[in-house]
Design a protein around this ligand. Sequence first.
Ligand SMILES: Cc1cc2nc3c(=O)[nH]c(=O)nc-3n(C[C@H](O)[C@H](O)[C@H](O)COP(=O)(O)OP(=O)(O)OC[C@H]3O[C@@H](n4cnc5c(N)ncnc54)[C@H](O)[C@@H]3O)c2cc1C
Length: 455
Amino acid sequence: MDKDFVDELNELLGDRFSDSESVRSNYSKGEDIFDPVLPLGVAFPNTTEEISEILKICNNFKIPVVPFGAGTSLEGQVVGIKEGISISLENLNKIIEVNKDDFDCRVQASVTRIQLNNYLKDQGVFFPIDPGADASIGGMCATSASGTMAVRYGTMRTNVLGFTIVLPTGEIIKTGGRSKKTSSGYNLTGLFIGSEGTLGIITEIQLRLNPIPESIISGICHFKSLDDAVNSAKEIIQFGVPIARIELLNADQMEISINFSNLSDLQVSPTLFFEFHGTEKGNIESIENCKEISEGNDGFKFKWSKDFKERNKLWKARHDVYWSVKALKANARVYATDACVPITNLAECIRFAEKEIQDLSLKAPIIGHVGDGNFHVTVLYDPQNKEDFKIIRNFSDKLVKKTLDLGGTVTGEHGIGLNKKEYLLLEHPTSLNLMKSLKKTIDPNNIMNPGKIFD
Ligand SMILES: Cc1cc2nc3c(=O)[nH]c(=O)nc-3n(C[C@H](O)[C@H](O)[C@H](O)COP(=O)(O)OP(=O)(O)OC[C@H]3O[C@@H](n4cnc5c(N)ncnc54)[C@H](O)[C@@H]3O)c2cc1C
């Protein structure tokens, strides 16, 4: 590492810049399929102004930077860069203000969604985006995360009002504001959502909030076939039932989850999990509609519950599906696909994936945020077995092609990172050049997370 570079960082941060091997190894990868890459060092800034100074130094010495939130991303977004540093945002963990009557709040980048909701719960409001993992809000913006509640409340794209951002040159800018809508100039807030740390570092976020619903009820229904379950989900959406969550687990995933999460009263068959938010009267009406539609598609054992404990057990099992698959084999990795298609094409896309899985004899359960047309095939594999990986990648390539043919996107919510760069080109052949020129304009020395999203 250049001595002058290290001296400048040490002078700015003291022992909040570390080059110890154990620290570097903690920031060498996320929850992804890649081998770890240790950065040269890790910086732990306390403020936006310190981040600005760090980026000025890095830009001056042309040292690459990887912003690091909670490290839960799945596509290699935070894999270290060996000639660069990682910047951990963990000290930016304060909730700055809550305007509960306007349903908005401002937080620092490293506040996690669970931390925020614990803080908000006595004020009658909540932040609805729920990617399962306890991700940081900054990381969720940078990957344009969504998850189980997007069908009702939208994604990060719909729930962020504005940012404070440090650009690669060290310049600090503010985008957006507190108002619910704006026509004021280019949508720079939107540009940074999904930018995966390649354009700058988000330090503060203005978020939309929602009232905590008067009544929350969850439900579950088994189906004879996956097609029946997917068709029910499609009809429930088309019927306009105001559903807050509608999640699919195929029979394989149900078997794994029943064993992992002790769900002894459930059955190994394709299953939909539901959640309803609203008034009790409205929820009961929605439940009746869902039951009728599901039973019309050969759904059986439709159950619902208001009980908080039962509801939590069910959703914890849903959120644990990734870990339940990973736990099947020591030292295995999970390759998660992220197809998202218009809902009328969902059944065809899932059928295609299922047939390929069977033909290739893969261990690959399917889960889906089916209300959004989004599903994941989670393929378990041994990273030492390169042949297995080739087969999985080939499967993923075919599924991506099918997804695009069906009018979908290569990633509904996980982002591009290192893993889906070729797929981005397939999806956006005509706009990739514009993306690259925007990157060049904002980050002329290419220091921000280079090599992620595109080369
Ligand atoms: C079990 C499990 C389930 C998951 N389920 C879902 C799901 O349902 N839906 C979903 O959307 N995702 C899901 N994910 C993926 C993951 O949680 C999201 O991608 C999340 O948004 C990442 O946030 P993070 O704080 O961990 O970011 P990190 O992994 O730390 O970083 C992700 C990217 O954001 C950049 N970044 C981080 N912070 C900042 C910042 N402040 N400024 C600029 N760039 C920054 C990083 O450089 C990197 O490119 C799941 C992950 C796991 C492990």
